[in-house]
Design a protein around this ligand. Sequence first.
Ligand SMILES: [Zn+2]
Length: 262
Amino acid sequence: MLEAAVLLGGAVLLWVLCSLWRASLRSRCGGLLPGRAGALLLIAHPDDECMFFAPAIIGLLREQRPLSVLCCSTGNYYNQGEIRRKELIQSCAALGIPSSNVTLIDHRELPDNPRVQWNSHVLSSLILDHMQDKNIDLVITFDEGGVSGHSNHISLYNTIRSLHCARRLPEGCSVLVLESVNIFRKYLSVLDLPISWFCPHDVLFILSRAQYKQATEAMACHQSQLLWFRHMYVLFSRYMMINSLNFLSCDQEGPETKVKDS
Ligand SMILES: [Zn+2]
């Protein structure tokens, strides 16, 4: 009797998940994103684009939105900067972004280092120059948690927030930040779908099976990073198939009081 109840419960849960997945594939995001010019994905390291943002990238490209990537370091922590530069280009190509839309910054004030908060003045100037070149009216980047708590990720949030709240971004430009979830949800894979669906968010991107395969193919381009735990990440991280994002608001608590060096 108990066994039958468990089986029935499992079947109902599976049915709910499949229904939510199908519904989300039909409805998410269409026409909700502001602006019609270029979107900019702002990341800190080669591999951020597919480890964290693959659902947003694939979703934006499906909406025929011009998308460029600005990667603010070469990921040179283990002296693999040159290798990782090539891997970024290959990974972006696998996701559908041509190399002409990928820019990688190599600046001594912006080292790949989890203990370094990047120089906000240098970063601001590089971001604003790039946005002007590419006619950007939507920026997508990390939130105050940086997904993994990496200080370089959080530096991007702090800088873009300062620019946004000081009205230094181009007029009409919106900023979407990727929601950092707790470690339990982070590794729930597709089982996080109902939680993501019901928790408040402004934009939700969810990948189909074929699109998830595309994201894993992009991840495979980062051969230098594919240690055993990265394979586990690809299997279990919800970020490989789900991105929930929120519009950045200047009413939120500022980074001065909220962000700690991790
Ligand atoms: Zn990173």
